[in-house]
Design a protein around this ligand. Structure first.
Ligand code: NI
Length: 179
């Protein structure tokens, strides 16, 4: 396994659309293992292949699904691997203060579906379906957006997006000075 470099906004690769995985070969299996390790090290709840510079439709998630669920999450027990995920059903709406490993240091409230049904293949190529709500549903939509080249800041109004971009730029400059 290896740690992968997480691309940061405004890296242009984050705007690219990922291609479906044709076969889950050794290369894809290694990508999945590396993404799981990278997500754990970054203490993220989700990571899309696009974020590590790979244009393949692969997502890994580790979302605390219930209350007091941090421990399960830390042990990686809520790990879900999705290859070629597709939202096949959605309903309701929910607003949540989202962040992203590719846009570190800023968060913003994004409105999404509160419930989604997602079809995907697992790491062995077996099809499965997830019915998700709350934070799990939000994370699924956020990560699938990454595969389509969409960041959470793209979901904000123009005014809010400009504010966040300014905040982000300042946060990045502070980080540069600290290094
Ligand atoms: Ni993200």
């Amino acid at each position: 396994m290896a740690l992968l470099n997480i691309l940061k906004y405004p890296d242009p690769f984050l705007k690219t659309k990922a291609a479906p995985v044709q076969s889950i070969d050794l290369e894809v299996k290694k990508l999945i293992s590396d993404m799981v390790e990278t997500m754990a090290m970054a203490r993220g709840i989700g990571l899309a292949a696009t974020q590590v510079g790979v244009g393949k439709r692969v997502v890994v998630l580790n979302v605390p699904v219930g209350e007091n669920d941090e421990e399960r999450r830390e042990r990686g027990k809520n790990l879900v691997v999705l290859v070629n995920p597709e939202i096949v059903g959605s309903s309701g709406s929910i607003t949540y203060d989202e962040g992203c490993l590719s846009v570190p240091g800023v968060t913003a409230e994004v409105e999404r579906f509160s419930n989604v049904t997602v079809k995907a293949l697992d790491r062995d190529g077996a099809p499965f379906e997830i019915k998700a709500e709350g934070l799990f549903a939000i994370a699924l939509q956020h990560e699938i957006d990454h595969l389509d080249g969409i960041l959470f800041i793209d979901r904000l109004s123009r005014l809010k997006r400009e504010l966040i971009k300014r905040k982000y730029k300042k946060a990045m400059e502070r980080q540069d000075r600290a290094l």
